[in-house]
Design a binder for this molecule. Structure first.
Ligand code: HEC
Ligand code: HEC
Ligand code: HEC
Ligand code: HEC
Ligand code: HEC
Ligand code: HEC
Length: 426
């Protein structure tokens, strides 16, 4: 009897084993199939990832990060949690339509995100949306980088031709003052030591007079040498102030007026890393960079109303402007005279110059201030020094050929007519 029982359980066990093995294989099979379907649309091709990255940064980064929640959910793993990849395509193109259709997942998501509207991207193609999601997936699969060591994309500092940074100057000044004080102390010790030494000698009356003559405060300050030095320093400082004043007539470097709404680039462009182009929509295609209209602000601020410390006031001003269809009256900071012509797209799009090269570390400023001189000399100086960005620009092929035939140096803006009066003056 016991023998039979044993075999029985044994066969039971094998049966159990086979059935769970089959289940397991089936699951593996399902998983490979689904991941195959996902992978068929998601790519690991570097070119696609690159395209996805730039699309993501231009369109989505304002509200999404891969691993942390911002205005919208963190996008890592979205390809696994949504009903299907086609759902993503529809949702990105027009999320309100998907939500209005009563789609359970979309409605739940919308509720969870305090009913924040996502922008509709009607112009994005299916492949472009999949490129973005592919980029998100590669980013999500990367191991976590150590936090806060990589500077943001916009943190390039201004070019080095701005002289010694003022913090260094301050350190040098303080150092020099400390050294001077130490020198004075040492000198004081020397004098008193000498006096004590001389006191022990037998001196003539005349010599005693000299040794004991007190170099008191009054005797020093009334000496003609002292008066001369003080007068000289005052005159030099006054002269320098006058010269500086004359040189900066009409120059507004450092101009940082108070704005009608306490908008901070440090919060938006710095901490939240919103792309400059998301708000300054003209920089790639036009002369002006454009200041964003209230409806761009409202993409986020119809939900983000909680003030950090300023209270409701500031955001309420945006809402009021938006609802009354009145523009916000920002005070203009950078302003060339009418006689000069400057074009943003030529510099940002064609030449690939960073905003920060001309505008300084805007992403660190709570209040924008004019960083560069914006004089004719400033424009010309850069045109003399800067190489033309000819990469991938067939327009320049012929010019580069001609230039290289006559010169060994790289082609500068100067060489393509960047110093001609008519290029900058109407
Ligand atoms: C103005 C802010 C905003 C922008 C810009 C934005 N999104 Fe969203 N996104 C949201 C919000 C908010 C949600 C949550 C759903 C809702 O409230 O409608 C969301 C949800 C999603 C979801 C679903 C997430 C989930 O957890 O299932 C996907 C996918 C998505 N966004 C992709 C994109 C892509 C791709 C772009 C760029 C082409 C983009 N979003 C740009 C705000 C934004
Ligand atoms: C969320 C929208 C937003 C983003 C993102 C943004 N800005 Fe602005 N920017 C504004 C607004 C609004 C103003 C006008 C108010 C002010 O001067 O602060 C402005 C003003 C400016 C000005 C001064 C304009 C003048 O009157 O001369 C410069 C320069 C500027 N931005 C550069 C940048 C750069 C560079 C970035 C990216 C690092 C950036 N901005 C990102 C909204 C934005
Ligand atoms: C080569 C130097 C240079 C670069 C690079 C540059 N700017 Fe400007 N920017 C200027 C000058 C000069 C003005 C003043 C233009 C005027 O008054 O006509 C200006 C003005 C502005 C203004 C005020 C409004 C306007 O349209 O005139 C904004 C906003 C602005 N820049 C944003 C940006 C952003 C964002 C970038 C990067 C994407 C950028 N700039 C790159 C030189 C530059
Ligand atoms: C991509 C989303 C987004 C856009 C676009 C945006 N903001 Fe913000 N803004 C935020 C976030 C997030 C905060 C931080 C809120 C907080 O800390 O409570 C903020 C904070 C602010 C604050 C400070 C709030 C306070 O009371 O301290 C002001 C003012 C502000 N934004 C103005 C603007 C203006 C003006 C625009 C349009 C030119 C704009 N924002 C566009 C997301 C955005
Ligand atoms: C940071 C360097 C830099 C500064 C500052 C700068 N530029 Fe330029 N500029 C360039 C570069 C690089 C090009 C070449 C663009 C190209 O490839 O067409 C250029 C081209 C130009 C052109 C077209 C020249 C041509 O022959 O087609 C004009 C006009 C111009 N800049 C005007 C200005 C004015 C006006 C200012 C000052 C307000 C200025 N730039 C300041 C770098 C600069
Ligand atoms: C790269 C662009 C650029 C070129 C090239 C250029 N200028 Fe200018 N010029 C400017 C800018 C910008 C201003 C305005 C500077 C200011 O407001 O301080 C200016 C100002 C001037 C002024 C002063 C006007 C006033 O009201 O103070 C004169 C005069 C002038 N330019 C003449 C010329 C002549 C002549 C040439 C050719 C030899 C020339 N410029 C080439 C950009 C340029």
């Amino acid at each position: 009897m016991p023998l039979v029982e044993i075999t029985d359980t044994k066969s039971n066990m094998t049966k159990n084993h086979t059935s769970s093995a089959v289940k397991f294989l089936f699951l593996v099979f399902l998983f490979t199939i689904t991941s195959f379907i996902v992978n068929a649309q998601l790519s690991t091709d570097p070119a696609v990832i690159g395209e996805g990255k730039s699309l993501f940064e231009a369109n989505c980064k304002a509200c999404h990060r891969v691993k942390v929640k911002l205005v919208g959910p963190a996008l890592a793993g979205v390809y696994d949690r949504v009903p299907s990849l086609d759902w993503i395509k529809n949702f990105v193109k027009n999320s309100s339509k998907v939500i209005a259709s009563g789609d359970a997942y979309a409605v739940k998501l919308y509720e969870e995100n305090n009913k924040t509207q996502m922008t509709a991207f009607t112009s994005l193609k299916d492949e472009q949306i999949m490129a973005v999601i592919s980029y998100v997936k590669t980013e999500a699969d990367k191991p976590d980088a150590p936090v806060a060591t990589t500077p943001g994309p916009g943190t390039q500092t201004a070019s080095g031709d701005q002289g010694v940074p003022s913090t260094y100057l301050n350190v040098i000044l303080v150092g020099m003052i400390i050294i001077l004080i130490l020198l004075l102390v040492v000198l004081g010790f020397l004098v008193s030591a000498l006096k004590r030494f001389l006191d022990n000698k037998s001196l003539t009356e005349e010599e005693k007079d000299v040794v004991e003559s007190p170099y008191t405060f009054t005797s020093v300050t009334s000496s003609s040498a002292f008066i001369f030095i003080v007068a000289f320093i005052v005159a030099a400082l006054g002269f320098k102030a006058v010269i500086n004043g004359l040189l900066s007539i009409g120059v507004q470097q450092g101009y940082a007026p108070k704005q009608p709404i306490a908008f901070s680039h440090k919060i938006h462009a710095g901490q939240m890393e919103i792309d400059c182009k998301y708000c300054h929509t003209g920089v790639m295609k036009g002369k002006s960079a454009n200041i964003p209209s209230p409806n761009i602000c409202m993409n986020c601020h119809n939900q983000i109303k909680s003030g950090t410390n300023t209270g409701e006031g500031e955001i309420a001003k945006i809402v009021a402007a938006y609802e009354n269809n009145k523009p916000i009256e920002w005070v203009r900071i950078h302003n060339l005279p009418d006689l000069a012509y400057f074009n943003h797209s030529q510099h940002v799009n064609v030449a690939g110059v960073e905003c920060q090269t001309c505008h300084g570390p805007i992403q660190e400023m709570d209040v924008v201030r004019q960083h560069s001189l914006l004089t004719m000399g400033w424009c010309i100086d850069c045109h003399r020094k800067t190489d033309v960005n000819t990469k991938g620009n067939a327009y320049y092929d012929k010019l580069v050929e001609l230039h290289n035939a006559s010169s060994k140096e790289a082609m500068k803006v100067e060489n393509i007519g960047g110093l001609e009066c008519a290029k900058c003056h109407y």
